[in-house]
Structure formats: structure tokens, C-alpha cells
Ligand binder design. Structure first.
Ligand SMILES: NC(=O)c1ccc[n+]([C@@H]2O[C@H](COP(=O)([O-])OP(=O)(O)OC[C@H]3O[C@@H](n4cnc5c(N)ncnc54)[C@H](O)[C@@H]3O)[C@@H](O)[C@H]2O)c1
Length: 330
């Protein structure tokens, strides 16, 4: 039984608490949040104690920590936790600064303590089926990947201002999905972005709509499309064309009923947002982490994967600003 310390009792921390508590091999032992009330109410719901982050990291009874605090704290907590010998599952992104994330990778790797990054979409049953189908040779060699990822509506401007921008905050999931499905990082990143949904997002120095083309050294291509607004809901689709066929995953709908009348055929909307759409993925992600720690195997999404996706986000941010493709260091 792994005893877990949860850092951060916000939106995603609460989802992780459900999965930690619901897993047969993990137990939520302690919760820390700078917001006392948030920590108390979450800890109380699961019989965990409330403690300071440093207390949790110093507690020999804690085996692993889940970092679900605000992004600007991730690198520091990863370094402290690995120094203290605690296995880590840390939410994305590793940091908003690539240089800081690389320094964190160097320090954490030197300890040999496992760190997994929370790219939950790899554990979505539909997207992981595309990966296993590809690995089984069902469509031959992957040649052209298309990822569509639209949010239902933009977050508040206050969030946009501290988010690190669409490429680091939102598209980072899709960069990791591209790395996961294509099996390597691309050679070049070419981004076009606009603030067509809300000019205030542009005034804050960000984009709300973007397309990125990734080119691979062997000629393969991936295209990622992001928008902060899709009025019909959270649109999450992946299509992978291979030399011998196509694997594609559509949206998960709120229900499976379709209505056919004289005026046409309609179906339900996609599940509302990430907390609904990726409910199963978060649980499978946690199970994969627990299995890896208990078996002593390599975690399925490494800190290196987190840094690789961040390097692509930084390249896309530069490319959208300059209009030029950016070459990634091998
Ligand atoms: N993988 C995903 O699908 C997904 C979804 C949402 C958020 N996230 C990531 O998770 C992180 C948290 O996002 P959120 O939406 O839950 O935010 P949130 O603001 O709801 O929660 C963050 C919590 O961390 C607490 N906190 C901040 N600094 C702290 C510190 N030093 N010590 C202890 N607690 C501290 C805050 O008080 C807050 O309660 C972000 O990095 C975000 O990018 C990932």
C-alpha cells in the first residue's frame, strides 16, 4: 500500500484524490494547500491529515507525492520531493520555462527517484487503442497525424495572463500526444496563431486559435489544431493515417442516443470538459503510476517526456511570433 501526499487541493487535485482513495494499492495520507480551507475539506473527505508541503516531504511514512499545485511551483516541488526520495506524479507542464525544466530534469534524474508527468490523454481508452493498434501493425507505418483539440470556451483573462500561453498551457497535451503516437520528437515546429475568439486574449499577448505543423526527419507530418472556443463542447479527436490504413478516435458523447426526424439526424454533444471527458484517463494514469512504483518499472510518462513537450511548446511560441519554422535540437 503506497501512502500518498497530495500537494494542491484545487480542481485537478480533487480528481486525483478520488483516484488515490479508490485504488486498492494507494491511500491518501496527507494533503497540503496554501489555501487552508481547500486542504481541510479535501483531507477530511478521505480521512487524511492536513500538513505543510515540507512536512509531507520530510515524513518517512509518505512513499510518493502527487503534485497538483499551480504550475509555477512544479519544478521546485519535483526537486525537493526527489531529493527526499519520494516518487512523484506531477501535473503538466513541468514548468513554464524550458531552461528551468531542464535544470529540474538534471537534478531529479541524478537522484534516480521516479518522476511521472501527468499527460493523462495517453491513458484515454480511445487514444491508447490507437497506440496499441499502431504498435500491433494494424495500419503499417504512421505517416500523417491530425489532432483536434478545442475547448468549449476560453478561461478568464486573469488565467490567460499567468498560463504561459496557449502552446505551453493547452497544446502541450497535444505535443505529448504527437510524441506518443509518432514515437519521436519532430525536426521542425511551424505555428500560426491568432486571437480571433477574443481580442482581449491577443491584448494579453496570447493566441486563442492555432495550428501547428510538425515535420519529422523521415518526412512524416503531424498537424495540431487548437481553439479556446467550440460552442458545441469539448472537441477531442485524433486521426492517424498509416501506410496500410487509418486509425481514428472521435468524441465521447454525453449519451449514445441519436434522434432521427424529418428535419434530420442529431446526436448528443461531446462530454463537457476535461474533468468529464478524461475521467477514465485520470484513473488509468494513477493506476499506471502505482503499478510502476510497486513493480519498480519505468514510469510510462517520464520527466524527459515532459521536457520534450515543453521544448515543442517553446518552439511553437517562437514560431507563431516570428512566422518562421523553428528547428528543434536533436
Ligand atoms: N492534466 C490535466 O488535464 C490538467 C487539468 C487541469 C489542470 N492541470 C494542471 O494542474 C495544475 C493545477 O491546476 P488546477 O486547475 O487544479 O488549479 P487550481 O488553482 O484549481 O488548484 C491549484 C491549487 O494549488 C494550491 N497551491 C498553489 N501553490 C501552492 C503551494 N506552494 N503549496 C501548496 N498548495 C499550493 C492552490 O491554493 C490551489 O488550491 C496546473 O499546473 C495545471 O496546468 C492539469
Amino acid at each position: 500500500m503506497l501512502k500518498i501526499g497530495l500537494l494542491g487541493a484545487g480542481r485537478i487535485g480533487r480528481v486525483h484524490a478520488i483516484n488515490i482513495d479508490g485504488h486498492p494499492d494507494s491511500e491518501l495520507a496527507a494533503v497540503s494547500d496554501v489555501n487552508d480551507e481547500a486542504a481541510r475539506s479535501l483531507a477530511g473527505a478521505y480521512g487524511a491529515i492536513v500538513a505543510g508541503a515540507d512536512e509531507i516531504l520530510d515524513d518517512p511514512a509518505i512513499d510518493a507525492v502527487l503534485i497538483a499545485t499551480s504550475t509555477d511551483t512544479h519544478s521546485d516541488f519535483i526537486e525537493k520531493a526527489t531529493r527526499a526520495g519520494k516518487a512523484v506524479l506531477c501535473e503538466k507542464p513541468v514548468d513554464l520555462s524550458l531552461a528551468r525544466a531542464r535544470a529540474c530534469l538534471a537534478k531529479a534524474s541524478a537522484t534516480g527517484v521516479p518522476v511521472m508527468v501527468g499527460f493523462n490523454r495517453r491513458f484515454d481508452p480511445n487514444f491508447s487503442r490507437i497506440k496499441s493498434g499502431l504498435n500491433a501493425g494494424e495500419i503499417g507505418k504512421a505517416e500523417l497525424l491530425s489532432i483536434t483539440s478545442f475547448d468549449p470556451s476560453p478561461p478568464p483573462i486573469s488565467y490567460i495572463k499567468v498560463s504561459g500561453g496557449l502552446f505551453r498551457d493547452m497544446m502541450i497535451h497535444d505535443f505529448d500526444m504527437a510524441n506518443f503516437l509518432m514515437g519521436e520528437a519532430p525536426k521542425t515546429v511551424h505555428a500560426v496563431g491568432t486571437s480571433i475568439v477574443d481580442p482581449a486574449i491577443g491584448a494579453a499577448g496570447d493566441v486563442d486559435t492555432a495550428v501547428v505543423t510538425l515535420a519529422y526527419s523521415d518526412g512524416r507530418i503531424a498537424v495540431i489544431k487548437n481553439s479556446r472556443r467550440a460552442v458545441y463542447g469539448y472537441d477531442q479527436r485524433v486521426e492517424l493515417l498509416g501506410s496500410e490504413g487509418l486509425l481514428s478516435a472521435g468524441n465521447v458523447l454525453e449519451n449514445t442516443v441519436s434522434k432521427a426526424t424529418r428535419s434530420g439526424v442529431t446526436s448528443a454533444k461531446p462530454e463537457f470538459f476535461f474533468l468529464e471527458r478524461y475521467l477514465r484517463a485520470y484513473a488509468a494514469e494513477w493506476d499506471a503510476f502505482v503499478r510502476a512504483i510497486l513493480d519498480g518499472s519505468v514510469v510510462p510518462v517520464t520527466l524527459q517526456d515532459g521536457v520534450a513537450a515543453l521544448a515543442m511548446a517553446e518552439a511553437a511560441t517562437q514560431s507563431a511570433a516570428s512566422g518562421q519554422p523553428v528547428h528543434l535540437a536533436p
